[in-house]
Design a protein around this ligand. Sequence first.
Ligand code: DGL
Length: 269
Amino acid sequence: MQQAIAILDSGVGGLTVVKEVMRQLPLEKIIYFGDTARSPYGPRPAEEVQAFTAQIVDYLIQFNPKMIVIACNTATAAAMDLIRSKVSIPVLGVISPGVRAAIKSSFNARVGVIGTEGTIRSKAYEQALTSISPNIQVFSQACPDLAPLVEKGLFDSDETIQAVEASLSVLRSSPMDCLILGCTHYPFLTRAISEVMGSEVKLISSADETAREISAILHHHEMLSPTGMVPFHQFYCSGEPGLFKQIAQNWLKEEISITPVVWQVPTIR
Ligand code: DGL
C-alpha cells in the first residue's frame, strides 16, 4: 500500500498546507487529521496542546505514514520536540519553513508575525528568526479571534473584516516589509489581511515553503512516491464533519471523503 504523508492541525488550517502539497507533490498520498472537536488550540496551555498532538500522532501512526507534518503553528511550538522523540519517521513543523521564507523575502530586516496566543507566547518565531538573522526586528501580535472565524467558514464577512482590522491595528504602523501568517488558518483570510496591511507588506504563508521542505526530506530519504501512482487522500476530523467537508472541498477544489473520529480517551478540558 502507498505510504502517506500524515498532516495534522487543530481544524481546517492545515488544509492550506495540504493544498500546496497536492500542487507540488501530486503523486503523494495525504492522510489529514483536523481536531475540530477541540479547536481552537491557541488559548490552551502548552501541556494540553502537547497531549492533544501526541494523541493525534498515535492515531495517525496506525496508517504507517512515511512522514508527519504538524501543520499547526501552535502545536509545532508546543509539541515538535515531543513528537520527534516519539516516532522514528521524519517530523516537520511549519515554523522553520515560514521563518526561512520570511528571511528570503524581507529586505529591511523588519518582520511581523501574527499567530495564536500560544504561538506568540512561546516566542518560537522570534527565536527562530533571530537565530538565523540576529539583527532582525520582529513585531509580534496574537490574534485570538481569527482562527475561530475561519473554523466557521467566515472568510469575508463583516464580522471577519472588523476582527482583522482590530487584530492588526497595532501592527499597521510598524515598519515591516513582510508579515508571517504564523497560523495555518490565516491564508483563508489573505484578502482581508492584505487590505488592512497594504500592498507594500508581503504576506508570508508557510504552506509553500513547507511543501518544498517535505519534497526535499522525502527526496533525501528516497521516499518519494513512484510515478504512476494515483493517490487517494483520506481526511479525518474529530468534530461534526459537515462544515469541515464544505470548507475543505471549496478550498481544495475537489471532492473528498471524510471519516469522523470520536475520541475515546477523555479529553483534558
Ligand atoms: N492552525 C493553528 C495554528 O497554526 C491554530 C489555530 C487554533 O486552533 O487556535 O496555530
